[in-house]
Ligand binder design. Sequence first.
Ligand code: NAD
Length: 485
Amino acid sequence: MSTAERASYETLALLIDGRWKTDAREGETVFDPATERAIGWLPHADDADVSAALAAAQRAFESWRETSAFERARVLRRFGERVLETAEGIASNIVRDQGKPLEEALAEVRFAADHIFWHAEECRRIYGREIPSRDVRVHQRVVREPVGVCVAFTPWNFPFSQAVRKVCAALGAGCTLVLKGPEEAPSAVVALGRALQEAGLPNGCLNLLWGKPSVLSARLIADDIVRKVSFTGSVEVGKQLAALAGRHMKRTTMELGGHAPVLVFADADIDACARALATQKLRNAGQVCIAPTRFYVERPAYDSFVERFTEAMRITHVGAGDEPGVQMGPLCHARRVQAMQTLVDDAIAHGATLATGGTRLHERGHFFAPTVLCGDLSAARVMFEEPFGPLAAIVPFDTFDGVIEAANALPFGLASYVFTRSSAQAHHAARRLKAGMVSVNHFGLALPETPFGGLHDSGYGSEGGSETFDGYLATRFITQFDSLP
Ligand code: NAD
């Protein structure tokens, strides 16, 4: 790694009680997924760092919990402003370590600022209530208070915005936080910590740790200081962390994987919908938990949908995220390339037709071609396992009941999409789809003011919407008897 290359990337560090720590006995190299070159070194926390971060979060909680909602909102607003002022730098480092095209990285950072401003407003509306009593001398109050120190584990696919959601919900509610971001793409979380410091967040309210995920999560979740656990990532890891949290009676929010079904009825505008779906499919190279993944197309429209969708996928310009005109970057790490190849090979071995793609691209970097599988996919793993990459599987359907049954057949329940001109059909499909979120005739999910979350194996709890603080608040009841004068 040349000095120039290293200098242009974020200085990676732990943040404990307001102090940055760049040196550590252990750590790991961070790679650029487009070139596979080393770009930085991520220090790992040792046990003393973990204890110090937890103690700092506990100390800070005692004063942050008493800070007025007005003041918390002010800090969050300044945080949002700092994010907008530094968006280009944050985004270019996301391109370096996560790989997405610069335009997408910038959109992620700016959209995250929108989340921050919304949380700044909404945290001033955390209300309790007065319950009418059975006796005029009794006053019954319900109060909602911050649960305490939280730990959060955030993923690499949207390294900035996923961390922003958890940090804003925790801090807005009056909680403090220890956060472990994604070791694959850590720069955005370091930038987030710096922006919050510059916004005036008191020391210890946010602490950043890095290390071996399973070791850190086991240590943090079991610690008595911690009252709440929030995780975004795979179903498998989510279940492990939820079990661990359950053993220690900790609250949890779990934003886990999905395998979003897309129902395309024959009366939809097939051309427009095929092009729009291809764009959505390839956003962030398909590494999105709400990405459209299982496509069910009503038989009369099947061939024309497959043809148009495949063409849009085929002509997509794939390259390094900072190359002009690039529409899709590399996958974030080598594991995803291997996962794509395994799913493609399995589908073909089980009789599927490969319409386009199916192989890795370029000599260097974790590039995989936009891929469409169609035909007989009845026994292919891709219909049951979340691909989390640029891979679409398209099958025909014949009846309304049949397609609802197929869409609901998996244990996931995160996002689902419906395309039809019939409002009655849309209404019935939206009611019967087993998913935390249904989007009809457009892609309208994940706005700051709307709740985001899944059902069943996709987890529980909402991020965004007026529900966003629920997981970070404890409900308490106070009843008071006043003897009459
Ligand atoms: P992976 O399971 O190897 O790792 C995913 C992430 O989970 C890593 O960043 C890692 O830090 C974290 N992790 C792993 N074990 C952990 C533990 N015990 N404690 C805390 N964190 C832990 O998978 P991968 O190949 O990197 O990613 C693909 C899978 O991850 C997909 O199946 C997808 O569902 C899931 N994922 C989901 C989201 C989402 O937004 N829901 C985001 C990213 C990844």
